[in-house]
Ligand binder design. Structure first.
Ligand code: BES
Ligand code: MN
Length: 453
């Protein structure tokens, strides 16, 4: 029976690729108000697709972008239920000029699908939908109950999903939550993620003048906000890469020797890091390894900064203001709002004379740690082993999936984080891609998981 479902999914792979290309052509960029209608279009497309797969599906309105919820109408209370979570929104595609092909005109080149959202996350959750569709086509039934919860605001921090979960615990009742929104180490080496970092972010605004002024007439006599902002930001990290904000590391747990040994088993070198990113060298807290810095240590980063004139040619001004977007990645036990207060206090203290500093857009979500002993997690481990040929490695992920913490506290069921992508998928970057083989293996892993469960 299982082999028939797997065979069916393989036989349909060209159609499944066409379906994904169609889905990827919808520019569902949640962060940009101009794309709000496209986000809605993607939700409608997805609900139709879930219906065609044989599920009951609906859009659920929120104060922001809609949720897509679906379940199998053959729900049988004697069987376990898996809730599959994913997100249909995507990151902005800018800078467009660095893409080899249009981010929203998906193409297949050399075995990869290139498009914004291909790996993060449309390709990965569509693999699950196709797995369910294949089961229903072949067998007319599913081995377990399946619910899908697919949101359109993950890339902006899931501002509305937490309260929805708290208010709809019956609807979302399940035995485990399956999330595929990450990567394998390679096509033969799956990874089970047992921790995600949290996030604490805000914007900083430095003002020195009422308006931009002539840099000849006033230069040398007034403070420059771009330089002041540079000084403020430079004070936040030392030359070795340690965050210097007082109290920043207070709540960070120390890693046990055993956990350090387990993390050291991950085959991830400085050379891998350099190859994936094009960095000149690794940079970070010297007393920790690359895997530890990524998953078990918090960090502070500037995501963007702007001030003055950046158009063609020159403009001799002193700008009135300077701005930056800042996010910290957090590890378990750090509280987002406490960290934001610590960083803002350090920035105020570092501000030179003659500047007015203010903050906005504070937001955050805590990190998560996930136990691996549940039977449902073991089912996923077996499915991964059969699909990829090796048992998964256990990793701490540096990225965030904000809602995982709410799933843990509100539903209290095991979470399974089994990514289908590859580290070189360029998620959030130009030329994002998803390997056709990852898509196919993802469907296989999902089918096997439903059977194992
Ligand atoms: N898919 C990522 C999370 C992720 C990143 C998993 C890297 C594995 C490796 C997710 O879509 C994401 O980007 N999350 C955001 C959340 C933020 C916008 C609140 C992130 O981590 O930046
Ligand atoms: Mn993402």
């Amino acid at each position: 029976m299982l082999s028939q479902v797997l065979e069916y999914a393989r036989s349909q792979r060209e159609r499944y690729v066409e379906d994904l290309l169609e889905y990827l052509a919808i520019p569902s960029v949640s962060a940009q108000p101009d794309h709000a209608r496209d986000v809605k279009m993607a939700a409608l497309w997805l609900a139709d697709y879930l219906r065609a797969a044989g599920l009951r599906a609906e859009l659920i309105a929120t104060p922001g972008h809609p949720l897509v919820y679906a379940e199998w109408s053959g729900h049988d209370h004697h069987r376990p239920t898996v809730l599959i979570y994913g997100h249909y929104d995507v990151q902005p595609a800018e800078p467009f000029e660095l893409w080899q092909s249009d981010p929203f005109q998906p193409v297949v080149r050399d075995g990869y699908i290139y498009a914004r959202g291909a790996s993060d996350n449309k390709g990965q959750h569509l693999a699950h939908v196709n797995a369910v569709a294949s089961y229903l086509r072949c067998e007319g039934t599913l081995p377990v109950n399946v619910k899908f919860l697919l949101e359109g605001e993950e890339e902006i921090g899931s501002p509305n999903l937490g309260s929805f979960i708290a208010q709809h615990r019956d609807l979302l009742a399940c035995d485990c939550v399956m999330i595929s929104d990450g990567s394998l180490r390679s096509l033969t080496q799956p990874v089970l993620t047992y921790g995600l970092r949290g996030l604490a972010g805000f914007e900083v605004h430095v003002r020195c003048l009422a308006h931009d002024v002539h840099s000849g007439h006033y230069g040398g006599n007034v403070q420059n906000p771009a330089l002041a902002l540079a000084q403020i930001l430079a004070a936040l990290k030392d030359a070795a890469g340690r965050v210097t904000v007082p109290g920043f590391y207070d709540d960070v747990r120390t890693l046990s020797a055993e956990e350090r040994r387990s993390l050291a088993r991950i085959p991830y070198s400085e050379a891998d890091l350099v190859r994936e990113t094009g960095a000149l060298a690794a940079f970070g807290e010297p007393e920790f390894t690359i895997s530890e810095r990524r998953g078990a240590r918090p960090t502070l980063e500037v995501n963007g900064m702007w001030s003055g004139y950046i158009g063609p040619g020159s403009k001799t001004i002193i700008p009135a203001t300077a701005h930056a977007k800042i996010t910290c990645r957090l590890v378990p036990h750090q509280e987002p709002m406490k960290v934001i207060q610590q960083v803002q206090a350090a920035m105020r203290a570092a501000a030179p004379a003659g500047v007015e500093i203010s903050f906005s857009d504070e937001r955050g979500s805590p990190a998560s740690l996930i136990a691996l002993d549940a039977a449902e997690v073991q089912a996923a481990i077996r499915a991964a082993q059969h699909t990829y040929g090796n048992p998964p490695l256990y990793e701490l992920e540096g990225g965030s999936i904000p809602i995982v913490h709410d799933f843990q506290t509100q539903l209290g069921k095991p979470i399974i984080l089994l990514g289908f992508g590859l580290p070189e998928d360029n998620i959030h970057a130009p030329n994002e891609r998803f390997a056709l083989s990852c898509y196919e293996k993802g469907m296989e892993a999902s089918i096997r998981f439903l059977a194992e469960l």
